[in-house]
Write a protein that binds this ligand. Sequence first.
Ligand SMILES: [Mg+2]
Length: 116
Amino acid sequence: MRQTRHFNGLSEAEQERLVILVEECGEVIQAASKILRHGYESTNPKAITPEDELPETNRSALERELGDLGHAVRRMEAEADLNPLAITARAASKPERIRPYLHHQPEPWKSGKPEA
Ligand SMILES: [Mg+2]
């Protein structure tokens, strides 16, 4: 069978990293949706939990998936798929860009992180 190079020009490794990113984004969306439906402290009644462990809350599930997403981003940065400085600059400018569209957030916004 004749093989052709895909028009996107991605290597298999680049494609794999993008799929990981997409999957983790989907898992973050699912975890956030569970919180909207059932609350932060709700747990999945059908989840199988070892006897000596508490069931995972929706808050913990979102934290887990955000950690997974962070890993996916850092992997892409490490492989030079993405420029971490561009991501950091975008994050730094977001508070001002989003300010006109917020209705319920405190002002001034405190990131909880020390100033750079
Ligand atoms: Mg995950």
